[in-house]
Design a protein. Sequence first.
Length: 122
Amino acid sequence: MIAAASGAALAEPTPAVELVEGGPLKILTGYLRVGEHPAVVRGLVRRRPTSRLPTGGHLDVAAFDRQGGLLALKHVRWRGSLVGRHPAAAAYTARLGVPADLIGRIRVNYAPAGAHPIGPEQ
């Protein structure tokens, strides 16, 4: 999304958000809130229908600059329950603590309980 202000130059495009597949969760959405300073990523997750166990763990939300360097890494839990026969989607919010205009790419992935967080080399 590119936003333009009256009499101002075009703003930088919104960074791409990579939703990494894997684990008992399906990461449905992830987006950077435009205009929030510092940057905030929000989205939805749902338990995969094939997963019968309670879903533990967390999400790793990483922000990278335009050269690929790690700017921020937050470990967040979703709000809501992912249990039941047809669980509803649950929301997550990651307050990254860096200015949104520095971010070139965002990655969201599931990490099981006790897993080490992702690192800049991944």
